[in-house]
Design a protein around this ligand. Structure first.
Ligand SMILES: Cc1cc2nc3c(=O)[nH]c(=O)nc-3n(C[C@H](O)[C@H](O)[C@H](O)COP(=O)(O)OP(=O)(O)OC[C@H]3O[C@@H](n4cnc5c(N)ncnc54)[C@H](O)[C@@H]3O)c2cc1C
Length: 350
């Protein structure tokens, strides 16, 4: 650990620098708090493997994602502020072109259009995509959607933390931290590792594995996200992210051959232009049974807190709830009761 971090009085220690730890450290620094981020650099954390899409519409029934009217505009603004601060670019508006895989899906989309006109649109010129894709049942558009290059954000933020002596790269043992910084508040943003965190292991986590192929598809226009059962999403270095899976039962966190074969077959069916697989990645989402995040201070330990449980929606939920947590810590403003970890007071205190 550097000289400076040991000499400063640390107000908050943030364990983990995924999307949650990054955003929470950003908001606490904006409040001029002294922070220390402790992160074990893992090449395949959920944030590093995520495609980075903020999609306001969820699932086959095409319903609005939870709190999307609040969280999406808030997230887009925060990411743009961070872009300006870090002098880099990592957020773009990339709408989803939804190539209906079946006639039923086309009917379902058309039926939802009038009810959900804020986010669902018709694509007028259906034929222009025929040079790239095989499709029979028309195209809908989900608009606006945002795409976050999370790896770029995480890397740039990490450099800033390093420059300001606010990063400690290691896997941390909690008791050691408490002994070393007895007056600091420790907030766990430890993603799926939180399942083994003795303070919060009783929370209703449900690990969910996801895989993706990284693919080169020369010539495919990069201003959209393409969806037809699979999602094809612009990725770094002119590559594409293709996925994903949602596995509740799995042996390990590694990429599987069965996923690669399945995706390759689907790409062969959907794409008319050549592609080449260059990588295959996998990670585990910190999901939970309630599908609501865990935000706040432990009901029995006033120096221990959490920002976790973002499931499939880290990009949209993390900015909003990191800000709520920072406002709670610094100004005692309330946390949304649906997200406040104190809703689990009974099991956490037992
Ligand atoms: C395939 C896939 C696709 C996805 N696509 C999207 C998407 O398009 N849009 C979206 O919004 N979400 C998506 N997600 C979900 C998103 O990735 C998660 O919601 C989010 O990344 C969770 O972030 P986190 O900061 O909680 O955890 P993580 O990203 O896992 O970060 C936790 C960090 O804490 C560190 N850590 C843990 N324990 C310790 C310790 N004891 N000491 C030190 N460091 C520690 C880890 O090393 C890690 O760096 C996807 C996920 C997957 C797997």
């Amino acid at each position: 650990m550097t000289q400076q971090t040991t000499q400063h009085k640390i107000d908050y220690i943030i364990v983990g620098q995924g999307i949650c730890g990054t955003l929470l450290s950003y908001f606490l620094k904006r409040e001029e708090k002294n922070i220390l981020v402790v992160d074990e650099p893992k090449p395949y954390s959920a944030s590093k493997v995520a495609s980075g899409v903020i999609n306001p519409i969820t699932g086959r029934r095409l319903v609005r994602s939870w709190m999307i009217e609040d969280v999406m505009p808030f997230a887009a603004n925060v990411y743009k502020q961070l872009e300006a601060e870090l002098k880099t670019s990592f957020i773009t508006q990339n709408n989803i072109l939804d190539f209906h895989p079946t006639a039923q899906m086309q009917i379902a989309f058309d039926e939802r259009l009038p009810q959900e006109s804020a986010y669902l649109k018709e694509v007028q010129d259906n034929l222009q995509w025929q040079q790239f894709f095989n499709y029979e049942f028309g195209i809908g558009e989900i608009n606006p959607c945002w795409l976050i290059n999370i790896n770029q954000l995480l890397e740039k933020w990490r450099v800033l933390l390093q420059q300001e002596n606010e990063l400690f790269e290691t896997k941390t043992a909690v008791d050691e931290l408490i002994n070393k910084y007895p007056t600091a508040i420790i907030i766990f943003c430890d993603g799926v590792d939180g399942i083994n965190n003795s303070y919060f292991s009783k929370l209703p986590y449900a690990k969910n594995k996801g895989e993706a192929l990284i693919v080169s598809i020369p010539g495919l226009p990069r201003n959209n996200i393409y969806k037809s059962g699979i999602s094809i999403v612009p990725w770094k270095d002119d590559l594409w992210w293709v996925g994903s899976s949602y596995e509740w039962n799995f042996d390990d966190e590694l990429p599987t051959e069965s996923f690669r074969i399945k995706m390759e077959n689907q790409l062969n069916q959907f794409l008319k232009i050549p592609f080449q697989i260059v990588d295959h990645i996998a990670s585990v989402r910190p999901s939970n049974i309630e599908r609501r995040p865990f935000v706040g201070i432990h009901p029995s330990h006033s120096n221990i807190g959490i920002l976790n449980g973002m499931g499939t929606k880290g990009c949209s939920l993390a900015p909003y709830f990191a800000n709520q947590l920072a406002q709670y810590l610094v100004h005692q403003k309330p946390i949304d009761p649906l997200a406040d970890v104190c809703r689990f007071r009974k099991i956490l205190s037992s």
